[in-house]
Design a protein around this ligand. Sequence first.
Ligand code: PLP
Ligand code: MG
Ligand code: MG
Length: 608
Amino acid sequence: MKAVILAAGVGKRLAPITQTLPKALLPIGSETILSRQIRQLAEHGVEEVFVVIGYEGEAIREHLAASPPPCDVFLIENPDYRTTSTAYSALLAEPHVGASPFYLLDGDVVADAALFEKLAAEDGNVLIYQPKSISSPEEMKVSQSGDSVYLSKTSEGEAALGEFVGAARISAGAGEAFFAALREQSQGYYEVALNMIAAQFPFALATVEEGTWIEIDFVTDYLQAVRMFTEQREGVTPLISEQILLCPGPVMVSKKVKSALLHSDIGHRETEFIEILTRCRAKLNQAYGVTGKDYTNVIITGSGTSANEALISSYGPGKKLLILSNGEFGNRLIDLARCHEVDHTPLEFGWANPIDLERVEQLVATGEYDGLMVVHHETSCGMLNPIDQIGALLQAYQVDFLVDAVSSIGAEALAVEKANITFCTASANKALASLPGLSFVCGKKSAFQALKGQKARTRYLDLYRHYEFEALSFQTPNTPAVSLFYALEMALDELLQDTVAERMRHYGYLASLIRNRLKKLGLQFVIEEEQMSRVLTTVYYPEGIDVEEFHDWVKQNNYVIYRGKGPFLGKAFQIANIGHVREEHVRSFLDIMERGFALTQTKTSVKQ
Ligand code: PLP
Ligand code: MG
Ligand code: MG
């Protein structure tokens, strides 16, 4: 007996695990999925196994060479695995199986012996399925009409007998017709070819029970397979790679940025630190898009809030501030002014409401205010506020302009000089794609100098002290997070090499993938698309899903999204595409999200 295993696919829904490893080589106990299938086939009378390989095919070849299988195994290469489907892979087996009967097995099926016994029990054509009612549009369903058996992803869930297990026996007589049918529709699934020959060559149906097999499409399937088919020994954990963060910071960083932490130890009062501090500040100016003529910056060890706190507590005393807010991070600026007893007027528009420039102008025109502060990208809803327009307005009234650009620097256009921004804060761990722990205040040199002599409200966050140390003696007032400067420099190098314009294009493309899929699913955004930044999408959950269960499901599949805040908590969630996020992460997440919606929806409606 012969068998054909289809193992050419990329397994993108299993990313990031499959980014370096084909699905077939995922370990199930001491075996891999593939070596387990080959052993089981051999135990049920198969003498020759043909494995169609594509993605990471070399790794499969090496694996089989390193641990020789119990029967003859031949590899068939599908070089076009990225653009072809299973029908094409199956067709490549034609010259090898010839006129013999053979078993056809999906490379992602992990099962116990029962499946192979069922295959071996019949002489003719056999299809194996698991009886159950299914709603998922992804699964191949088996249904019967008269004497004929059909396989389809689209057939009505209720009418179907159950889910196709991805295992079939093709008889000697049916083989020729099967391959002819594959040739006719080689772009699709091989199951379509089975349908095409089903009337002429009837298939016997055999069933396997739930819990005796699983198809590995998602990380959760893999984890379940490990639980089902291996003895769970303490300390033995299945292969899981890192989580993919799709939340608005901290973000994923590149390997190079992480590796930069492993520099040799240096003293922070030595030339080595002076050098890296100076380089980082110069590169930061470039990232802010300012020239060193009029602008400079300081790097503070602390999260984004420490930059905002340094700014408000140092600039604020003796001045009157107008602070705009349309969400959580605007509110935090107001709170900082309150903490430091800075005279201020909070102008709140309500969460996720656009800024009303007329009202802003009315207040600014009173001449009462020395400065205005606003968040560029209001991260709590993903809205970009109109910095250029506010900047022009303030310039006309000669009011200082303070901007929190914590979540926008590196991802959005921000013309600091053109908008005549006085001070602008940011942090390392958002769109600059470095690690958390460093924050920045970029500002006019004249504005830094004007802080001289101002009585500081805090010691650590005295902005003038930072300026004096960093600009005048190239040091920091206190112990800096030395290693983070190495990571920051690497992240800035990567950004400046890519260019902000290219990053913007990349982020915009990822956001369009996310938004198009959400729209296709009929979901509602919290704000208008034109108001959104290119790194964050805030969207209402579909009706009737169990929100926590949905989050758990996504997390089990290694993706981390953000639950949202304030009035949106429990109603909307956030998908960020910021930092070292790649297209395949986004695509794979969207599939997982969609499946998560379907799963957690069904459960809720059963509960009702
Ligand atoms: N400002 C904005 C716009 C933010 O998005 C955040 C954090 O998400 C902060 C300030 C606060 O930064 P941190 O949490 O690093 O203190
Ligand atoms: Mg399948
Ligand atoms: Mg599959």
